[in-house]
Design a protein around this ligand. Structure first.
Ligand code: ZN
Ligand code: ZN
Length: 292
């Protein structure tokens, strides 16, 4: 038997009933905590007998829902690097990160399977915790609500589709399940090269989900508005104009994904900006990571 706290809650899972492990080279995996292996209600049969009028009938034990929730999490394909990411393990360094966590929590708590939910689009520089918050949202949806969801990094999805072509698999074989899963998280939006084919894949995926009212959340390194970039002379900042020579890093999300997809994103999601830690103000010794 696992150790129990004085309150009676298991010290391994704090009473959640599941534990999550990081499988190196794979994706995040959840399993039943040892405190749940022999269910005290049904003794592991998955059914309990309940009174129904004068007779007694078998009813599914609530521990079966635990298995469904664990299966939903294991199907979500959350990367091993953020296997343990949850809202509790997110450590905000800045006000915007704190607000972003609140937005994602509000989103995850509000998702329903019987109606369309507005998603969130997290935008900000690399390393400010966007992937953590995507993973934490999916974790909540799967493990607390049993909602089917999937994580996908858009660049890797494109290479899967390309690899499918060489083995005569059409793109819908790979896109299909992602187009129909109740909640999808698309990470690294806009990082692709932006070829016509890449955009058509993104457009198809997003349009299918939009048209069927499914919920999608996104993360991107590209900002909502064109960035203020330094001009070589004068030392002042100005907003980049179209004719200003910029590299990909300085483009806006709209420029990266095109106007059509960008306007869809606005209809589907609330945009939430995150900025990285302000090291001068927020850095504390020994705080090197978002993860505990
Ligand atoms: Zn436990
Ligand atoms: Zn049971």
């Amino acid at each position: 038997m696992p150790e129990m706290r004085e309150s009676g809650a298991c010290t391994t899972c704090s009473g959640a009933g599941y534990a999550v492990e990081q499988v190196v080279g794979g994706s995040a995996r959840a399993h039943r905590c040892t405190c749940q292996t022999a269910c005290p209600r049904c003794g592991g049969t998955g059914y309990i007998m309940v009174a129904s009028g004068a007779s007694r009938v078998a009813q599914a034990c609530s521990c079966r829902h635990l298995d469904q929730r664990i299966a939903a999490f294991n199907a979500a394909n959350i990367p091993a690097a953020v296997a343990k990411a949850s809202f509790e393990t997110f450590r905000p360094w800045s006000q915007s990160q704190s607000r972003a966590r609140t937005s994602c929590e509000g989103f995850a708590h509000g998702v329903r399977t019987d109606q369309a939910s507005r998603g969130v689009l997290l935008h900000g520089k690399p390393g400010c915790g966007k992937t953590h918050l995507l993973a934490a949202s999916l974790r909540w949806l799967a493990l607390e609500k049993g909602i089917s969801c999937r994580y996908v990094e858009f660049m890797l999805l494109l290479s899967d589709i390309r690899a499918g072509f060489s083995s005569n698999r059409g793109h819908m074989e790979i896109l299909g399940p992602l187009a129909s899963v109740p909640v999808l998280a698309i990470d690294e939006l806009g990082k692709e090269r932006g070829t016509e084919w890449e955009r058509s894949m993104l457009d198809e995926l997003i349009s299918r989900r939009y048209n069927t009212g499914l919920t999608t959340i996104f993360a991107t390194n590209y900002p909502r508005d064109p960035q203020a970039i330094p001009v070589p002379t004068g030392g002042k900042f100005h907003t980049a104009s179209k004719d200003f020579q910029r590299d990909a890093e300085q483009m806006s999300l709209e420029e990266r994904v095109g106007q059509r997809i960008y306007s869809r994103l606005n209809e589907m999601c609330d945009f939430v900006a995150l900025d990285g830690p302000d090291y001068r103000k927020d850095a504390e010794p020994g705080r090197g990571s978002f993860w505990r």
